[in-house]
Design a protein around this ligand. Structure first.
Ligand code: FPP
Length: 259
C-alpha cells in the first residue's frame, strides 16, 4: 500500500480527515506544572522541551506541513533574570542537541521574531539552524523567538512607510497583501489551527494578523503534559469546525480547501 493511502486510512480512522496544513502552538503552563509538583519553574520549562519534541514528532507523523511554536515572546524578557537565562539555555540546548535529528527527519527550521536585539551567539545559533535545514522538504518548524505580533506589524508598516517616503510606492498601493509580504511570515501560510494549553484563552500577542481565520482549540492540560493524543484530540475538534472564511457555505473539506 502506498504511504499516502496508509496515511489517509489512518487519519480517517482517527476522525481527523485532511490534517490542517499549519498548526500553531501556544505552549502554556510550564510554571504551573512545576508548582503543582513543588519543583522550580525551570523544571517545568525543561519538561516543556520534551513536550515540544513530542509535538514535532506528532506533526511529522500526521503530515502537518507547518508547525509554529511560541517559544519566547517579546514580553518574556520582563521575567526574572534567572528564568530568562534558563529559557535561553534551553533554546541553546534544543538547537545543539536536536538540530541533527531534525535535519535527519527532513525538518526545515524557520525562526520568526526580532533578531536585531539578540545576543550575537543566539542570533548565530538561530541562523545556523535555518541554514543547515533550508533545503529540507518535510515539516517546516517555525520557532517564534523574541516574537511579538504587534511589533512584527509595526515593523512591516514602518518598512512600507519608508518606501512611501522614498517615493518607491504609492500610499494607495498598501493593502492586505503588501502588509502580509512584509511580515516575518511572508512565505508561510496562515495558521489553520492554533492550540493553547493550560486552559487560558487568549492570543498573548501571537500571530495577530495571521490568525484572522484560524480555528482555536484551548486544551485544559498544562504544556509539559502535551503529547500525540492531545494533538490528535485538538485536530479532531478542528475537523468538526465549519470554516466559512466569511462566506455562507463552508468550502468542501479536502487537502486543498482545508488551508
Ligand atoms: C509558558 O509557560 C511557556 C513559556 C514562556 C516558554 C515556552 C517554552 C518551552 C516550552 C520550552 C523552551 C523551548 C525552547 C525551544 C526555547 P509559563 O511559564 O508561562 O507557565 P505558567 O503560566 O504556568 O507560569
Amino acid at each position: 500500500m502506498a504511504e499516502g493511502d496508509f496515511l489517509e486510512m489512518a487519519t480517517t480512522a482517527l476522525g481527523i480527515g485532511a490534517p490542517p496544513r499549519h498548526v500553531a502552538l501556544i505552549m502554556d503552563g510550564n510554571g504551573r506544572w512545576a508548582a503543582a509538583r513543588g519543583l522550580p519553574r525551570f523544571e517545568g520549562h525543561r519538561r516543556g522541551v520534551e513536550a515540544l519534541r513530542r509535538a514535532v514528532r506528532a506533526a511529522i507523523d500526521l503530515k502537518i506541513s507547518y508547525l509554529t511554536v511560541y517559544s519566547f515572546s517579546a514580553e518574556n524578557w520582563s521575567r526574572p533574570r534567572e528564568e530568562v537565562q534558563s529559557l535561553l539555555g534551553l533554546l541553546h540546548r534544543f538547537i545543539r542537541n536536536d538540530l541533527a535529528e531534525l535535519h535527519a527527519n527532513n525538518v526545515r527550521v524557520r525562526v520568526i521574531g526580532a533578531r536585531s536585539d539578540l545576543a550575537p551567539e543566539i542570533g548565530d545559533l538561530l541562523r545556523e539552524a535555518e541554514q543547515v535545514t533550508q533545503g529540507n522538504s518535510g515539516l517546516t518548524l517555525v520557532v517564534a523567538f523574541n516574537y511579538g505580533a504587534r511589533q512584527e506589524i509595526a515593523t512591516a508598516v514602518r518598512a512600507l512607510a519608508e518606501m512611501v517616503a522614498k517615493g518607491e510606492i504609492a500610499p494607495e498601493s498598501i493593502d492586505v497583501e503588501s502588509i502580509s509580504a512584509h511580515l516575518d511570515t511572508a512565505d508561510i501560510p496562515d495558521p489553520d489551527l492554533i492550540i493553547r494549553t493550560s486552559g487560558e484563552q487568549r492570543l498573548s500577542n501571537f500571530l495577530l494578523w495571521q490568525a484572522a481565520y484560524a480555528e482555536f482549540v484551548f486544551l485544559p492540560i498544562l504544556w509539559p503534559d502535551f503529547d500525540r493524543a492531545a494533538m490528535i484530540a485538538a485536530i479532531q475538534e478542528y475537523a468538526h469546525r465549519d470554516r466559512r472564511f466569511g462566506r455562507v457555505e463552508a468550502p468542501r473539506r479536502s487537502a486543498k480547501t482545508a488551508s
